[in-house]
Ligand binder design. Structure first.
Ligand code: SF4
Ligand code: SF4
Length: 135
C-alpha cells in the first residue's frame, strides 16, 4: 500500500528536522525583529533572520531554501545575545546549511570562482569557505 505524504506532513517534517539539528524551539520566536536589527550582515541577505524564522515556523522549506541568509550568516552571535526569547539563531542558520549540504547543494563551486579571487584570497579563508559552504 503506498504511503500517503501530504504537504502538511512535509512541512512538519522540515520543522522537526530543523529543531532537532539546531536544538532550538523555532516556535518560541515571536517576530520582534531584534535579530535582524543587530545583524552586521543584513545588508547582504536576501531576507533578514526574522523572516527566515517566520518561514521556518510555517514549514516553508522551499522558500527558506531560496534565500542566501543562512550562507551569509557569519555566526557572530550578535543576534542570539539580544534575542528576548533566548533563541540561538546561529545554530538555526548552521542547521539550515547542514540540511542543504546533506542534499548535496553546494553554495560555492571552486571551478566557477574567478581566477583573481582564487589567486588573492588567503588560503585559510578558502579552506574555511570550502568547509562551511560545500558538502
Ligand atoms: S530576536 Fe529572537 S524572537 Fe525576535 S525575531 Fe529574532 S529570533 Fe525571533
Ligand atoms: S549570527 Fe548570523 S544572523 Fe546572527 S547576527 Fe550574526 S551574522 Fe546575523
Amino acid at each position: 500500500m503506498p504511503i500517503k505524504i501530504s504537504a502538511r506532513t512535509v512541512k512538519r517534517e522540515f520543522l522537526e528536522r530543523l529543531e532537532k539539528i539546531s536544538g532550538q524551539n523555532i516556535h518560541k520566536c515571536f517576530q520582534c525583529g531584534t535579530c535582524s536589527g543587530s545583524c552586521p550582515m543584513n545588508a547582504s541577505m536576501d531576507a533578514f533572520p526574522r523572516k527566515v524564522m517566520h518561514l521556518a515556523q510555517l514549514g516553508l522549506e522551499g522558500e527558506v531554501g531560496k534565500l542566501n541568509t543562512c550562507w551569509i550568516c557569519a555566526s557572530c552571535h550578535a543576534c542570539n545575545v539580544k534575542c528576548p526569547r533566548g533563541i540561538d539563531l546561529p545554530r538555526v542558520m548552521e542547521a539550515l546549511r547542514l540540511m542543504a549540504l546533506r542534499r548535496n547543494v553546494d553554495h560555492i563551486n571552486p571551478s566557477r570562482m574567478a581566477s583573481d579571487l582564487l589567486r588573492e584570497c588567503p588560503q585559510i579563508a578558502m579552506v574555511a569557505a570550502f568547509r562551511k559552504l560545500t558538502s
